[in-house]
Write a protein that binds this ligand. Structure first.
Ligand SMILES: [Mg+2]
Length: 391
């Protein structure tokens, strides 16, 4: 079964929110979809352009065979070739995002060809549905945040994450010194304390720090969260330095979670073997797709570390993660961005549904969902169009 074409769909689903889908066509008429969403810093254009680049052979260049004409069944071979092709550039981040979209589409094709969901190809179910966690909003005000947490719990959610250090929002792509003001730190503590008081001890609570802190600040904030009893403090420091993470880990008893910006099993190996995190959170759209998520999950299993995929992106981010976690024993929970499945359903022909904190995957072949390409065509990302994409 040969790949005949690859299309990229940078799609604007809401104000300032774009998802990138990858469509792989074959000569047997089976089409697969994957997701390679990126945002900020021109990421949409970079990823979409690169998907287009790997589609075609770069004539005369060493090891630059395009994907058109390759055997769609050979997922692992294609993964290895793409990863090693960019070995000089460094095959992390941008390259693994592109691989993720293509890999997911190839698994979708394989499942559709064989008539089974992807989790059947990974060994079959170890659970019947996927447990979720979601996000608390209104972090600017502790009382309002607690009220939203109450709403979510009343909807049936049992685990909630939020980023209470609102002063650091402007630093999400602009890390400088990792400091926060005394008032900003106290606000974060107040938000989490209010949420804990509102929802009681049974609900799992997580804090996302987005890597915004330096080592002493991260240790201080983790320790001041002690009475909140967090399930995890996420990305206390930027992802580049394993030494910084080790210092934080040694300085606090608060459980940590890292991994949305770790790419492939190679990045996770040291973090796991040194015991530097209590949970891992690879992103299936960034770390290398279904193939890599499966390998990372198995690696973590050998350390008894739970995996909780990062899913702050689009529909196939959630669905792809769910497919792998259906067959993964050491699973904690899957992230969902909004409270309901409404935004994910914008791009689907048939909707998915979350009931309370549970997501039951459609029992259909491949990823189990079909993207609505008419919607994708009607809602292009404006920056992609500006850059001359899709033409
Ligand atoms: Mg995060």
């Amino acid at each position: 079964m040969k790949i005949t074409d690859i299309k990229v769909w940078p799609t604007r689903v809401a104000e300032n929110r774009s998802w990138i889908f990858v469509e792989v066509n074959t000569d047997e008429g089976v089409t697969g979809f994957g997701e390679a969403t990126n945002s900020g810093g021109g990421g949409v254009i970079m990823v979409a352009r690169m998907v287009e680049l790997v589609r075609e052979t770069v004539q005369g260049a060493d090891f630059a065979e395009g994907l058109i004409g390759q055997n769609a069944n050979e997922i692992e071979r294609i993964w290895q070739n793409l990863y090693r092709r960019f070995t000089t550039l460094g095959p992390r981040g941008l390259v693994t995002s592109v691989i993720s979209g293509i890999d997911m589409a190839l698994w979708d094709i394989k499942g559709k060809t064989l008539g089974v969901p992807i989790y059947e190809l990974l060994g079959g179910k170890v659970r019947d549905s996927i447990q979720l966690y979601t996000h608390v909003r209104n972090q600017d005000d502790p009382t309002m945040a607690a009220a939203h947490a109450r709403e979510l719990v009343d909807m049936g959610h049992t685990a909630l994450k939020t980023d209470p250090f609102v002063e650091m929002r402007i630093r999400h792509r602009r890390y400088l010194d990792g400091r926060i003001s005394a008032a900003g730190a106290q606000h974060g503590i107040d938000v989490m304390t209010a949420i804990r008081e509102e929802v009681g001890p049974e609900i799992d609570l997580m804090v996302d720090a987005h890597g915004n802190f330096n080592v002493p600040t991260a240790i201080d904030l983790c320790n001041r969260m002690k009475d909140v009893s967090l399930n995890w403090f996420e990305e206390p420091v930027q992802p580049e330095s394993i030494n910084a993470l080790r210092q934080v880990k040694n300085g606090t008893d608060t459980p940590l979670c890292v991994g949305e910006r770790l790419y492939t099993r190679y990045d996770f190996a040291d973090v796991l073997s040194e015991g530097l995190t209590n949970y891992i959170m690879p992103d299936i759209c960034w770390t290398g797709g279904i193939s890599e998520m499966r390998k990372i999950a198995s690696l973590a299993e050998t350390y008894y570390v739970p995996i909780s995929p990062h899913d702050a992106l689009g529909t196939l981010n959630v669905v792809g993660g769910a497919q792998v976690m259906m067959a993964t024993p050491n699973f904690y929970r899957l992230e969902t961005g909004p409270d309901t499945a409404d935004i994910y359903n914008k791009v689907l022909k048939e909707p998915i549904e979350f009931i309370g904190d549970q997501f039951t995957l459609p029992d259909k072949p491949g990823l189990g969902v079909e993207l609505d390409t008419e919607y994708l065509a009607a809602h292009p990302d404006p920056h992609w169009a500006q850059a001359g994409g899709g033409g």
